[in-house]
Design a binder for this molecule. Structure first.
Ligand code: NAG
Ligand code: NAG
Ligand code: NAG
Ligand code: NAG
Ligand code: NAG
Ligand code: NAG
Ligand code: NAG
Ligand code: NAG
Ligand code: NAG
Length: 457
């Protein structure tokens, strides 16, 4: 698969640098980029169930929910990162050898937009989607939608290009390229199923709107002290605060995903410290978007209802009284702007990490994960497959599939997130993690009952 090539390149650079860092006792893990939380570049997550389409089955439906590709820091974060480097340059009186490169480091990253590497990630994601679903994708073009942020739209375009190139290479004709793309506005006051968090006022501004920050601070306090002491010993006079240590760590992924080459900042921290950083990002997202936040999953309920409507070819799920969530009924009531049925077995939607987490929360995909500890590290394996890097890395993708299988009268539903099968819950899943469509829909009472959206006001 194409996507492995670039990751392979990332990994190869990491081991090349290992020669230097081994003697200093710092990170030498070729998979270090898997511990950067949601700043990890896409990678194939280990799966307990083979992710391939099972023998005797044909895919009849596939919907991808994709995060944008690797991006530069947001403009808000850019201010902090520039301030960090300025402070180091102004105050440091002596750099230890391993930190000396920072003296000549100039902050030149862009802001908000995809990095060059992030664009390539998305082209490869489009190719991978075509290849996985080729039997349908030769003939059917996905119905594409994107939230309106520039980096998200660009991700949809880069994905489309990859899909188109793969389709052409497979010898299928493709006169429909460039494909139509429906853009859902992120402007305040707009109903949007791909960007719903700000539309739920109690979520955005209510009493629980900061519990993720409280949770991640609690976790940082457990481990950051010795790291802060060590960094300040190596940058005499810099006097970095504990939150600036986190920012210094962020410079590792941000510089690495710019061109796809592991940055020197990565080697300043140990493998264990990267796991703790990863968990810091994981705790943040659990208490921001998932079951750790009383209204986290609620903000994902509208897209979940759309998925059920698409899977069942039944518009009722997006038009009935329970669907007065963040759905734009002008769009979803109409076949032209929210198509369903036999001509539409493929869908591709693009948005941001938080929205994807909340949608997975609404669907109950990680219901087996207990509220994460704020004081004890839990690996993704220990947390039921949940971590920011496993679930929504840069270029992260969730595949929602239906398949028709020999000897099985009803279509089966399966969910594959970053190539890991996430076994469905509460619907009598088989050993391959699949449920019958009717049982899957019956398990989605949280969504079909309105997902507590009435608590948003
Ligand atoms: C950073 O900028 C300074 C001043 O313009 C320059 O002397 C230095 O070479 C630059 N460092 C790098 C690594 O480009
Ligand atoms: C990604 O999309 C943007 C906007 O359409 C385009 O400028 C850029 O060249 C694309 N990148 C790749 C690698 O195709
Ligand atoms: C619904 O979508 C239509 C078409 O894009 C748009 O004109 C309208 O402003 C949207 N309404 C709301 C409330 O989001
Ligand atoms: C983690 O911290 C958050 C915020 O303080 C809190 O709501 C949550 O209950 C804590 N979780 C556990 C398992 O202690
Ligand atoms: C170090 O920074 C803290 C604020 O983070 C400040 O209170 C303290 O005075 C600084 N110490 C020195 C020696 O600059
Ligand atoms: C998880 O924690 C949140 C608060 O952070 C709380 O509302 C929820 O009830 C907890 N869930 C369980 C299963 O304890
Ligand atoms: C569509 O779904 C609704 C709600 O579950 C159900 O009442 C209705 O019978 C379904 N319609 C069809 C044609 O299956
Ligand atoms: C937008 O969402 C609100 C809240 O669910 C709803 O009352 C309103 O009718 C929606 N507007 C459109 C155009 O769907
Ligand atoms: C997931 O758990 C929530 C309670 O946190 C529940 O409302 C929902 O029905 C569950 N979803 C599934 C698919 O089991």
């Amino acid at each position: 698969m194409q996507s492995i090539v670039v990751l392979g390149a990332l990994a190869a650079v990491a081991s090349a640098q290992c020669g230097d860092s081994v003697q200093l006792g710092y990170t030498c893990d070729p998979e270090v980029s898997h511990y950067w939380g949601e700043y990890s570049p896409f990678f194939s997550v280990p799966s307990l169930i083979p992710p391939e389409v099972p023998w005797g089955c044909d895919i009849t439906f596939a919907s991808v929910l994709s995060r944008h590709g690797a991006r530069f820091p947001t403009s808000g974060d850019t201010k902090d990162l520039v301030g960090l480097i300025d402070q180091i340059h102004k105050q440091t009186t002596s750099y230890s050898p391993q930190y000396a490169f920072i003296k000549n480091y100039n902050y030149t990253l862009g802001a908000n937009l995809l990095t060059p590497f992030g664009q390539v990630e998305m082209v490869q994601s489009g190719q991978a989607f075509f290849e996985r679903y080729e039997s349908l994708a030769r003939k059917y073009t996905p119905f594409f939608r994107s939230s309106s942020d520039e980096r998200v739209i660009e991700s949809a375009q880069n994905f489309s290009l990859g899909f188109h190139e793969a389709r052409t290479q497979a010898g299928a004709s493709d006169s429909s390229y460039p494909y139509p793309l429906q853009i859902l506005s992120e402007d305040p006051g707009t109903n949007n199923t791909l960007f719903a968090q700000q539309i739920c006022p109690v979520y955005a501004n209510g009493p629980d709107s900061n519990i993720n920050n409280a949770a991640e601070d609690t976790w940082a306090n457990v481990w950051i002290g010795p790291v802060q002491t060590r960094v300040n010993d190596n940058l005499k006079g810099a006097n970095l605060s504990s939150s600036q240590i986190i920012e210094l760590m962020e410079l590792c992924p941000y510089n690495s995903v710019n061109q796809g080459v592991i940055s020197q900042f990565c080697g300043l921290f140990t493998d264990l410290e990267w796991k703790y950083f990863d968990y810091y990002r994981t705790v943040d997202k659990w208490y921001e978007d998932m079951q750790g936040n009383p209204l986290g999953p609620t903000t994902g309920v509208a897209w979940a209802a759309e998925l059920i409507a698409r899977m069942t070819d039944n518009r009722t799920y997006v038009t009935d009284a329970q669907s007065y969530t963040s759905i734009n009924h002008t769009l979803d009531d109409s076949q032209a702007t929210f198509p369903l049925g036999p001509g539409y077995p493929l869908y591709a939607d693009f948005t941001h990490d938080d929205n994807i987490f909340s949608i997975y929360g609404a669907l109950g995909l990680y219901n087996a994960t207990k509220n994460l500890s704020n004081t004890t590290y839990e690996s993704a394996e220990q947390a039921g497959g949940f971590s920011s890097s496993w679930v929504v890395p840069f270029g992260g993708r969730g595949y929602f599939e239906k398949m028709s299988c020999v000897g099985e009268p009803e279509e089966l539903v399966r969910v594959v997130i970053n190539n890991r099968v996430v076994p469905l819950q509460n619907c009598g899943a088989d050993l391959l993690g699949r449920c019958q469509l009717s049982k899957f829909v019956a398990s989605q009472t949280f969504v079909t009952d309105g997902g507590l959206w009435n608590q948003c006001y």
